[in-house]
Structure formats: structure tokens, C-alpha cells
Design a protein around this ligand. Structure first.
Ligand code: FAD
Ligand code: FES
Length: 260
């Protein structure tokens, strides 16, 4: 993990409230694993806490990385107002990242993303494909209006869509797509990032599969294991005192390792 002032080389809007930003700097040399995140200082003196944002793409040759974020509060709003050439104080890469080594060429992975949980799944899918693993994507959005990155995923493999209002793909959540898919086959590994409800459903559908990897989201402060702001409970803990820190022991856990 390093800290660096990175330079914004592009920023554009993908959908209402959703932005893609590309940054350059030596920190990219440290980025390896899909699912890791960067911790970005908001360039405003009154905002002390950094904002955790997943790495969407790593490009070592151009020494760039990309993030995709949705404006929620003041911090992400400030990010959305930055321009090419502006700089950002970035710490990273943080977190453990998705385990891609549990699979080998010829095996099949389900890659599941919901809403603003979709960005890290793109780098994951790229790396799985590079290893010769067949990827099937299940992507859920609120509506067609806020859908993004569809073509990028389609270029990597079979991609199935769901929207809450049925305006694009199957109506409902990605659970409907998954229940249909598992009638015909079982994947060798499952990777998911999205709202807690979606992660719970993924864990249920694939309860017999030991390779189910979930990316958890918790409010964070330090982002590197020092403050315990981001803890999550673990199963079979009768005392209720055991926990894991999402920032440095996660954000990716096997479904069997955490209580959602
Ligand atoms: P505010 O609500 O004003 O933030 C207030 C405080 O709460 C800040 O400290 C903020 O960091 C924290 N906070 C608010 N919401 C969240 C949240 N959902 N998760 C963690 N902290 C939060 N969002 C994206 O749009 N794209 C991503 O790729 C992405 N990746 C993430 C990866 C990880 C590991 C985590 C934990 C969160 C990720 N998020 C992502 C959520 C993102 O961090 C929050 O939306 C963002 O911090 C909100 O900041 P704000 O100032 O706009 O909102
Ligand atoms: Fe400080 Fe996780 S955010 S320990």
C-alpha cells in the first residue's frame, strides 16, 4: 500500500449520477488483484475521511487505473466536479481482492454485480478470461436509465441483465436470472458485489459451493485495519465478540466466513 498524488487524465459521466474517472501515477504499479480498492482524500479541507472506491480497471502499460462511482453525498459530488489535470491524494491498493487462483483454464465462473457493485467485477472478469476461465455475467440495475458498461461485459462473455422495473433485461433482481441459470449448470466459482440483500441471495442459491466470494461494503475510516470502524460479524460466534475488518481482511470474503 502506498500513498500518492495521482493525476486525473479523464472523467466523464456514464449515466445519471454515475461517473468514470481515469487516474495515472506510480501507484498503478502496485495494483494487481481485482476487487481491491483505493482510498481517496476529498480535496476539501473540512472532509477528513477518505472515500473508499473500488478499482474498475488496471492498465499497467499506460500506468492508469479507472474507477466508477455514483454521487451519494458531498465527497463523491466533489469528485464529480474535478477535471482533467486535477490531482487527487490516493492511498492504495487496499483490501485482499478476489481469489482467481482457485480456478484453472476451462472452468466456469459466475460474475454477479448489482448497481454500483458492478465496477470491480469488470477487472475481475478480464483477469479470469485471461486465465482461460469461462465467465458468465449477471448484472442488475435499477432501470435502463442507470445501466452502464453493458457492452464492455458483453465483449468478455455471456452477459445477462435484470432491472428492477423491467426496462432492460429480465424484470426483477439478478436472483431470477441465477435461479434460471442453475437449472442447467453449476459454476466452479461465484463472485459477487452489490447490496447486502443481493449478497444474501447469492449465498443462499450457491450454499453448496465452497468457492463463493462476496465483496462487502462497510463504512470505513482509516481503511487499513487500525480503527475497527468497518467490522463485520462471523458465523458460530456464541459470545458475539468475534469480527473481521472489512477494509484489510476483506472486502472479499468466502460466503461461509461472514454473517451478512
Ligand atoms: P456521504 O454519505 O456524505 O459520506 C459520509 C461518510 O460515510 C464518508 O466517510 C463516506 O466514506 C462514508 N460512506 C457513505 N456511504 C458509504 C458506503 N456505501 N460505503 C462506505 N462508506 C460510506 N461507491 C461507488 O460509487 N463506486 C465504487 O466502486 C465503490 N467501491 C467501494 C468499495 C468499498 C470497499 C467500500 C467500502 C465502498 C465503496 N463504495 C463505492 C461506496 C463509497 O465509498 C461511498 O458511496 C462514498 O464513500 C460516499 O461518500 P460521500 O461523501 O459521497 O457520501
Ligand atoms: Fe479502520 Fe477498517 S476502516 S479498521
Amino acid at each position: 500500500m502506498k500513498q500518492e498524488i495521482m493525476t486525473i487524465i479523464s472523467q466523464h459521466q456514464l449515466a445519471p449520477r454515475i461517473f468514470q474517472m481515469t487516474l495515472t501515477g506510480d501507484l498503478v504499479n502496485e495494483m494487481e488483484k481485482p476487487g481491491q480498492f483505493i482510498h481517496i482524500k476529498v480535496p476539501r479541507a473540512d472532509m477528513l475521511l477518505r472515500r473508499p472506491i473500488s478499482i474498475n480497471q488496471i492498465n499497467k502499460e499506460s500506468k492508469t487505473c479507472t474507477i466508477i462511482y455514483r454521487t451519494e453525498g458531498d465527497g463523491t459530488k466533489v469528485f464529480s466536479e474535478l477535471k482533467t489535470g486535477d490531482s487527487l491524494d490516493v492511498m492504495g491498493p487496499l483490501g485482499n481482492g478476489f481469489d482467481v487462483d482457485c480456478l484453472s483454464a476451462g472452468q466456469k465462473a459466475y460474475v454477479i454485480g448489482g448497481g454500483i457493485g458492478i465496477p470491480p467485477m469488470y477487472e475481475l472478469s478480464k483477469q479470469l478470461k485471461q486465465k482461460g476461465i469461462e465467465v458468465v455475467h449477471f448484472l442488475g440495475y435499477a432501470s435502463k436509465e442507470v445501466a452502464y458498461f453493458q457492452d464492455e461485459f458483453i465483449a468478455l462473455g455471456d452477459t445477462r441483465f435484470a432491472t428492477d422495473d423491467g426496462s432492460f433485461g429480465v424484470e426483477g433482481n439478478v436472483g431470477n436470472l441465477l435461479l434460471e441459470a442453475v437449472k442447467n449448470e453449476q459454476p466452479d466459482a461465484v463472485y459477487a458485489c452489490g447490496a447486502n440483500g443481493m449478497l444474501k441471495m447469492v449465498a443462499q442459491v450457491f450454499s453448496d459451493n465452497p468457492n463463493v466470494f462476496l465483496s462487502l461494503e462497510q463504512r470505513m475510516a482509516c481503511g487499513m485495519g487500525a480503527c475497527y470502524a468497518c467490522v463485520c460479524h462471523v458465523p458460530d460466534d456464541e459470545t458475539g465478540t468475534k469480527s473481521v475488518k472489512v477494509c484489510d481482511e476483506g472486502p472479499i470474503f468466502r460466503a461461509s466466513e461472514v454473517v451478512l
